[in-house]
Design a protein around this ligand. Structure first.
Ligand SMILES: NC(=O)c1ccc[n+]([C@@H]2O[C@H](COP(=O)([O-])OP(=O)(O)OC[C@H]3O[C@@H](n4cnc5c(N)ncnc54)[C@H](OP(=O)(O)O)[C@@H]3O)[C@@H](O)[C@H]2O)c1
Length: 240
């Protein structure tokens, strides 16, 4: 039996790579990174589709290729690719603001737009957006990143409702997950003093592991999660 296809954006590193490793047995993966050569693992038996999401033309081309090459048998999309450029807003150049909004918000919106149409034909499919705890808590020096991640949660809830308006008897689910502080290359860059401050806010008294986020997403993709829709799932050790 052919395996259903799952697109993972940002599959070269951190959470995306851990997720790809977790899903590799059960699904045929479409592995995305900003450049093709950045996908170094799991290429065998899977597909690679590269695009720099900060570039509108590349994002557009990516959506077209996704539809053309994989539209028929795509089962799910995990919009995981993301960037932080941490600075006080007053020192944030407009080009960095645009880049964060493009990669963290517009790309997931355009990819969702592409695949919801495809899922509508079969009345089946799952979209999961990678939000963040800062969408709910806010975070100094991450105002634009936080705004983009909060936008993803509202977008998710709206699309879940929209799908119900468009299709009867469907099995399409749209969800977001909000990790807390997870040990990946993105958080490696956080200064030690900041890390210690975060730890005091986490009841679990430790940072999360990428595999823990991957396990949650694997569950959300499965039939066992068939009644979870439009939700945002926190994976944060109780972070407040
Ligand atoms: N780590 C955490 O604690 C944490 C917490 C909450 C939410 N998140 C979210 O989880 C997601 C994954 O984060 P991570 O910690 O795994 O980060 P990471 O290790 O830095 O991985 C980021 C991924 O996004 C891709 N990406 C970055 N810029 C891109 C661009 N311009 N165009 C296309 N792809 C791009 C990267 O691809 P390249 O290799 O090609 O650059 C990479 O695969 C992000 O959305 C992040 O905001 C992370």
């Amino acid at each position: 039996m052919t395996k259903p296809k799952v697109l993972i954006t940002g599959a070269s590193s951190g959470l995306g790579l851990a997720l790809a490793k977790r899903l590799n047995q059960d699904y045929c993966l479409i592995l995305h990174a900003s450049k093709e050569e950045n996908i170094k693992e799991l290429r065998e038996g899977n597909y690679v589709l590269a695009a720099d999401f900060s570039n509108p033309d590349e994002l557009n081309e990516f959506c077209k290729k996704l539809k053309k090459d994989h539209g028929d048998d795509l089962f799910a999309v995990i919009n995981n690719a993301g960037i932080t450029i941490d600075k006080p807003l007053v020192f944030q150049p407009e080009r960095d603001i645009d880049k964060m909004l493009m990669v963290n918000l517009k790309a997931p919106i355009m990819i969702t737009k592409t695949v919801i149409k495809l899922f509508g034909l079969k009345k089946r499919g799952v979209v999961i957006q990678m939000s963040s705890c800062v969408a709910e808590t806010g975070n100094a020096f991450q105002s634009v990143y936080s705004a983009a991640k909060a936008g993803l949660i509202a977008f998710t809830k709206s699309i879940a409702k929209e799908v119900a308006n468009l299709y009867d008897n469907h099995r399409i689910r749209v969800l977001s997950v909000s990790p807390g502080f997870i040990e990946t290359p993105m958080t490696d860059a956080v200064p030690q003093t900041e890390k210690e401050k975060y730890l005091t806010m986490i009841p679990a008294q430790r940072f999360g592991k990428p595999e823990e986020v991957a396990e949650t997403i694997a569950f959300l993709l499965s039939e066992k999660a068939s009644y979870i829709n439009g939700s945002n799932i926190d994976i944060n050790g109780g972070l407040f």
